[in-house]
Design a binder for this molecule. Structure first.
Ligand code: VAH
Length: 316
């Protein structure tokens, strides 16, 4: 196994990716890195380093000195937060990517994973079963940065042979790590509130269908893509990946199968416009063909495992 560095390890995806890769390859082979000084207890079973992805020289020095071969670059501002701070979102989501792509171009890093998102699609994109190749006019800061990042990943692969791989993640749902600043975060918050009080006020309209995925599927798909033989990969921008699409209403109905008295109300905020610009469902047939992708969790299985595991005491 190659020495691996996860940058953005304290985030929703990063936390679970570190744990899964350490399980697979051994704790000492997988270093968690984040801008936070303190390593969270959940990641204390292996090496942790405080790294600010925007400190190009520090990142370069660490990766070169430690002979890191695989980098998962997850540090980013998500959709809702990025709208509040466009300049920093662009800097964080883009500059870090160039630092890692350049290390690969120079021959230090052998393989990169960089997360894209369904946010690369916009209001002019076909919203049902959105195809791998289609109109992409993102209308959010986050989506624009992800679309630009996809173009740079493909450019570095084509021009310099950089082995960079990417997935257009849907909304991700997990009970191990809390999400932060996303438009799809309602689909995590709702489980904590359902268990805590049996009530939830959703910041999206009840009929807002969005592509979602249980985190276990997303982590497995990420590792499967990173381990796939390079010759099988026809996409070097980012792969569409689908889990299960649903609306807040449909999710509430599923929760009521476990908590019959659960009540949901709707109070849409600025995130409604973001959700309305995104697909309702995703066609991931190219990922299925290229590297055998197949989701496991549907809305029923995801709801069951979330309600069994979320701990409402974690809510601030
Ligand atoms: C967000 N959870 O809401 C992220 C994701 C598809 C959405 O990229 O910004």
């Amino acid at each position: 196994m190659a020495k691996t560095l996860i940058i953005g390890a304290c985030g929703q995806i990063g936390t679970e990716l570190v744990l899964e890769l350490r399980k697979k390859w051994g704790n000492d082979q997988v270093t968690a890195a984040d801008v936070k000084e303190e390593c969270p207890s959940v990641l204390a079973n292996g090496p942790y380093v405080q790294l600010d992805i925007l400190n190009r020289s520090a990142v370069r020095e660490f990766i070169i000195d430690q002979q890191i071969e695989h980098v998962y670059l997850l540090a980013a501002l998500l959709s809702a937060t990025a709208e509040k701070n466009p300049a920093f979102a662009w800097e964080l989501n883009m500059e870090g990517l160039f630092t890692i792509l350049d290390l690969a171009k120079e021959g230090y890093v052998k393989r990169i994973f960089w997360p894209s998102s369904i946010a690369v699609f916009g209001p002019t994109t076909p919203r049902e079963m959105t195809p791998q190749y289609t109109v992409m006019e993102p209308s959010t800061v986050y989506g624009i940065s992800k679309q630009a990042g996809e173009r740079w990943c493909e450019y570095y692969h084509t021009k310099f042979g950089v082995d960079v791989r990417s997935i257009r993640y849907p909304g991700l749902i997990s009970h191990t790590s809390l999400p932060g600043g996303g438009t799809t975060d309602y689909a995590v918050d709702i489980f904590y509130r359902a268990k805590q009080s049996g009530k939830y006020t959703c910041f999206l309209k009840g009929d807002s269908a969005l592509p979602m995925m249980y985190m276990e599927d997303a982590i497995r798909g990420t590792i499967e893509l990173m381990e796939a033989p390079a010759e099988k990969l026809s996409i070097r921008s980012a792969y569409n990946l689908a889990g299960c699409s649903f609306t807040p209403e449909e999710l509430a109905l599923e929760i009521r199968k476990h908590i019959p008295e659960f009540e949901i109300s709707y109070d849409p905020d600025f995130r409604q416009a973001i959700a309305d610009s995104w697909p309702k469902s995703i066609d991931d047939s190219v990922a299925q063909k290229d590297w055998g992708w197949k989701p496991v969790y549907d809305i029923q299985a995801m709801t069951k495992v979330m309600l069994e595991n979320v701990d409402p005491s974690r809510l601030q």
